[in-house]
Write a protein that binds this ligand. Structure first.
Ligand code: KIV
Ligand code: ZN
Length: 519
């Protein structure tokens, strides 16, 4: 594997758009996913897992678009061992210069019996056939035994040997439920390598979940045992407690190259931007004390620490803020700044808006700059995140008005246009202005949503701060999230609600319980 002067390279496989997107309440639009993937390209990850194409039209579309538009990283799509999944994954990733199919099957007794309702013999057969089929379509195939760390090592070796024989280029050992521990995991991987010597010719990968808070430690232990691909998600988002956090794994390997003896190709100066982009778009906040990208990760509170850092920063710092690109936070634009200045500032922050979205972002920037003394990086990021994908939806909120309010009751009127079906006006009563606007949107679109979460935040401090509303809305039994930004809270709420309706309308999730189907 490549590297400088014989140093081996560890490949960073980013699954923010697949496992990360499986976090409760996250539902990204196609446009948002493409923007994130472009940023992952600038971050120079080695592999982008862009989605799970069989699960919905929306996932299929976003994986296909990412495969055709994002250059540099390998683009992969997930597939169960079903023939239809593999074909669908290939149809989506085939547009990439470097396509990969990633297929997986549960291998632990619990998964075989209860999830797959199958037996060991059939699982080996399914793995072999799926990899063989994927390999007949794609030059690059990854195979994951799911729940590998709770699988009997003898049986795991059998499945892995079958997958390697069928042509798997990468074998990814998944700690699906975050059960293993670092010393145990390293020993497990070494044992597997001994039992399946052919693995030496393939890339060994690890995929660790954080249920016990050990995902990063386990991934790094994997590296000491020979793993040369690590699967991670930005800010550690993912199923339940999440995946190993990309920024922590990358900075641990980069900072402690002396210990791990491997290199990563990641552009670490893009880490801070990427983390904020993901947090803005998903609505998942980053805890202030989170390693690497938390607000306090480079802050020194105690006098002794401050004094030491002033004398020589190495006394209490092992990384520099600029290593992760924190210096790009100091952006301020005034009301006389032009569209180019805005576009440059946004690019510095990791958002590359063009055409109509840039025009809209500029209008909103001007509106805000008229009311605020200076527009900060946080304001700009909030506007940009709001504009990403704003045009892909079929529904556009043209206007809304609260027409009457008596006590707690309000009546609102909205005008919504639909790209294919014209303009609809509707009025509705509700419990206060926000509820009445939501009901009027339901009446205008004809799709009834049930609000399951509503959050409001100020983007920056001060009376003139922008208000950001995040909603989670249930349509047809599945949850969709939306985000709206405005100096008027009802406006922000209405935008967020229409956004969620748009994600639903573009077919983000299949309501059918596809996952429950047996192979
Ligand atoms: O956690 C897991 O097992 C997965 C597999 C699909 C790799 O996400
Ligand atoms: Zn996972």
């Amino acid at each position: 594997m490549e590297g400088k002067e014989g140093t081996e390279r560890v490949h960073i496989f980013d699954t923010t758009l697949r496992d990360g997107e499986q976090s409760p309440g996250i539902s990204l639009s196609v446009e948002e996913k493409v923007e994130i993937a472009q940023q992952l390209g600038r971050l120079k990850v080695d592999v982008i897992e862009a989605g799970f194409p069989i699960t919905s039209e929306g996932d299929f579309e976003s994986v296909s678009r990412i495969a055709s538009e994002v250059r540099g990283p390998i683009i992969t799509g997930l597939a169960r061992v079903h023939e239809a999944d593999i074909v669908r994954a290939w149809e989506a990733v085939q547009w990439s210069e470097r396509p990969r199919i990633h297929t997986f099957v549960g291998t632990s007794d619990l998964h075989i019996e209860h999830q797959m309702r199958s037996n060991k013999e059939d699982i080996v057969k399914m793995a072999r056939e799926a990899v063989g089929h994927a390999k007949s379509l794609s030059p690059d195939v990854e195979f994951s035994p799911m729940d590998a760390t709770r699988t009997d090592i003898g049986f795991l070796s059998e499945v892995v040997a079958a997958a390697v024989e069928a042509g798997a280029d990468v074998v990814n050992i998944a700690d699906t439920v975050g059960y293993t521990t670092p010393v145990e995991f390293a020993a497990f991987l070494r044992d597997l390598k001994e039992r399946v010597p052919e693995l030496a010719e393939r890339t060994l990968s690890v995929h660790c979940h954080d249920d016990l808070g050990l995902a990063v430690a386990n991934s790094l232990a994997g590296v000491t045992a020979g793993a040369r691909q690590i699967e991670v998600a930005v800010n550690g988002i993912g199923e339940r407690a999440g995946n190993a956090s990309l920024e922590e794994v990358v900075m641990a390997l980069a900072t402690r190259e002396d210990f791990y003896g491997v290199e990563v190709g990641t552009e670490t100066r893009q880490l801070s931007n990427t983390s904020r982009l993901i947090s803005n778009v998903t609505g998942y906040d980053v805890p202030p004390n989170k390693a690497i990208v938390g607000r306090n990760a480079f802050a020194h509170e105690s006098g002794i620490h401050q004094d030491g850092v002033l004398k020589d920063r190495r006394t209490f710092e092992i990384m520099k803020p600029e290593d992760i690109g924190l210096d790009s936070n100091n952006i301020f634009l005034g009301k006389h700044s032009g569209r180019h200045a805005l576009s440059d500032a946004l690019a510095e922050l990791g958002y590359h808006l063009e055409g109509e979205p840039l025009k809209r972002a500029f209008e909103r920037f001007k509106e805000i700059a008229d009311h605020k003394k200076s527009v900060t990086a946080a304001d700009l990021e909030a506007i940009a995140a709001d504009e990403v994908g704003a045009f892909e939806g079929k529904y556009v909120l043209e206007s809304f008005r609260v027409v009457a309010a008596t006590g707690r009751q309000s009546r609102a009127a909205v005008t919504i246009s639909h790209a294919d079906h014209g303009t609809f006006e509707a009025e509705a009563e509700g419990d206060g202005p926000v509820d009445s606007v939501f009901r009027a949107v339901d009446a205008a679109t004809g799709v009834k949503g049930r609000l399951t979460d509503f959050r409001i935040d100020a983007v920056t401090g001060g009376k003139d701060a922008l208000g950001e509303v995040r909603v989670t809305v249930e349509f047809d039994g599945a949850e969709y999230s939306g985000r709206g930004l405005s100096q008027d809270v009802v406006d922000a709420a209405a935008r967020a609600y229409v956004r969620a309706a748009n994600v639903y309308a573009t077919g983000k999730k299949l309501s059918a319980d596809w996952a429950a189907s047996t192979p």
